[in-house]
Design a protein around this ligand. Structure first.
Ligand code: SF4
Length: 348
């Protein structure tokens, strides 16, 4: 099988020329490939191409994506979670989060995840493998096709640790930017943070994208090292103070703001002392803290912080001069937490 998804216009023009066709046929394939309305069609259904050419492409094993639809879950608030199968019989999740003006796609970068965060269903399964560029961008087409509208914003907050698949992450951002016409500023890369990888992300962005304009979001989830290690065991290799220092450096170099994700876990990291500690940690840093309400999962004993406590935590940060917002979890019903749909399908 030869997957056309992820190809540039130039690649497709070369293929057309190889088949004795005019170069513009390559652009026709390109326009067809990245149009979500064609997601469920096959390569021999590119109607603008001569029938013989279509047939040859199909017979020679060309395909338009390797993922296939497995399952979907639509929450009451319109959030759509998709379970997609890979050709090696693994499954990955992606989510479409709609508002009136935006459709945000939450994408996976790996099958499973090695980071073992204690609050996450995906972390329980460990890492199977990293996703290819075509598998990352195909998730966008599936979401657009199912929701019948264009994705406007991207967050890499699905399954996997994006910085452990950094080359494919950045090549996907290139494609999202060029092929899906979504500006880098509407793309957020979320990471638990891996030693030395924040500076590498900046350097590789310059190398692959020519600049570094996306938003970096750090899944901090704690105000000190001890709490962080308790909920994210992999954090023991990277002191929280060093993470903040590396983020300051990222901001200095890129000119972009960093945001810190803070998942509120009842009785674990949501006391006012934690809010004060976090304010000291981030003092003088032009950043943004995003408080997130926890989506409880069955096998884990963490509980959701009551909204009243969350609001006072938010007020304390605000009073201490930290820019903070509260993000209500979308799709807060059955199977809504990261990795849950995949795990339930496996259990069956
Ligand atoms: S929260 Fe993210 S980084 Fe942590 S285990 Fe889950 S998928 Fe991996």
């Amino acid at each position: 099988m030869k997957n056309l998804l992820g190809s540039t216009v130039k690649d497709l023009e070369s293929i057309a020329l190889k088949y004795g066709q005019a170069a513009f046929r390559g652009r026709q394939i390109y326009n067809w490939l990245y149009n979500y309305k064609n997601k469920k069609k096959n390569i021999d259904e590119i109607e603008v191409l001569p029938i013989e050419f279509r047939k040859k492409l199909k017979n020679d094993g060309y395909i338009n994506g390797e993922l296939s639809f497995k399952q979907k879950h639509l929450a009451n608030d319109g959030t759509l979670k998709l379970l997609l199968s890979t050709t090696d019989n693994e499954s990955i999740e992606c989510v479409g989060i709609p508002t009136e003006k935006r459709l945000t796609a939450c994408l996976s970068s790996q099958v499973g995840c090695p980071m073992d965060c204690k609050f996450c269903a995906t972390g329980k399964e460990g890492l199977k493998r990293s996703l290819k560029v075509s598998e990352i961008i195909d998730q966008i087409l599936f979401i657009e096709n199912e929701m019948d509208r264009k994705v406007t914003n991207i967050v890499f907050m699905g399954m996997g640790e994006p910085l452990l698949n950094i080359d494919h992450l950045l090549m996907s951002i290139r494609s999202i930017n060029k092929d899906f016409q979504i500006s880098q500023r509407k793309i957020t890369v979320s990471t638990v943070a891996i030693p030395k990888m924040i500076s590498k992300l900046y350097e590789k962005s310059l190398e692959i994208l020519g600049n570094c304009q996306f938003t970096l979001a750090i899944s901090l989830h704690a105000s000190n090292q001890a709490v962080r290690e308790m909920i994210i065991p992999s954090a023991r290799n990277y002191n929280i103070k060093n993470i903040i220092e590396d983020c300051r450096e990222f901001v200095r170099k890129s000119g972009r703001r960093v945001s810190f994700e803070y998942l509120m876990l009842n009785g674990i990291n949501d006391k006012l002392d934690h809010a004060n500690e976090l304010s000291i940690l981030l003092k003088g840093f032009q950043c943004h803290v995003n408080l997130i309400q926890y989506n409880p999962i069955e096998e884990v004993e963490f509980k959701q912080t009551p909204t009243r406590i969350l609001k006072s935590f938010q007020s304390r940060l605000f009073k201490n001069g930290v820019t903070v917002s509260f993000r209500q979890s979308r799709g807060l019903d059955k199977n809504a937490a990261c990795g849950q749909l995949r795990q339930n399908a496996k259990n069956k």
